[in-house]
Design a protein around this ligand. Sequence first.
Ligand SMILES: CC(C)(COP(=O)(O)OP(=O)(O)OC[C@H]1O[C@@H](n2cnc3c(N)ncnc32)[C@H](O)[C@@H]1OP(=O)(O)O)[C@@H](O)C(=O)NCCC(=O)NCCS
Length: 156
Amino acid sequence: MGEENVVMMKDSLEDLEEVQLPEGYKLKTFSPGDEEKWVELMRNIFPESDWTVEKFKEAFASQPQFDPQGLFFIIKGEEYVATALGWFDDVNNKEMGRVHWVGVKEEHRGKGLGKAVVLAVLHYLRSQGSWKVILDTQEYRKPAIRLYETLGFKRA
Ligand SMILES: CC(C)(COP(=O)(O)OP(=O)(O)OC[C@H]1O[C@@H](n2cnc3c(N)ncnc32)[C@H](O)[C@@H]1OP(=O)(O)O)[C@@H](O)C(=O)NCCC(=O)NCCS
């Protein structure tokens, strides 16, 4: 129970809220060298995952739809604390974007960082021409499902 996949959709990107961050936190996009930071975050937030830099490159960075401007991090000082990726399942069709690999380190949760980093992705997807957005999650990820509902996603 709980492991089952949940698909959620948001069918409009009009009226997106602005991204707001608590004091001390900054939003940035991917720059070379952040591969390791992304993998560290994934291993911290999804301990069951076995991401490596090689796998990151294979799955994302080497793909035609990879755009450094669509991979977001929130940092506090030197520490990378949150991430989310804007993606396209079909590189030739940007009408539908995907919110992918969302996570906030446990010690930094409950401060609005998850909302901020997903909103950053939604603004990015809209800037690329998307008007609807899909994501996959799991039934047991209650905080994530709540977060996505807060942002206007509905179960598909
Ligand atoms: C889901 C996750 C990203 C939320 O990050 P966060 O920074 O704590 O979320 P925020 O503080 O931005 O919360 C925004 C909204 O999400 C909902 N929410 C977040 N955490 C919640 C919780 N524990 N219980 C219920 N609702 C929650 C609330 O609606 C909240 O709005 P509110 O604070 O005004 O009530 C974080 O819990 C996480 O990384 N979880 C593990 C990884 C994961 O499940 N990722 C998603 C994979 S699909």
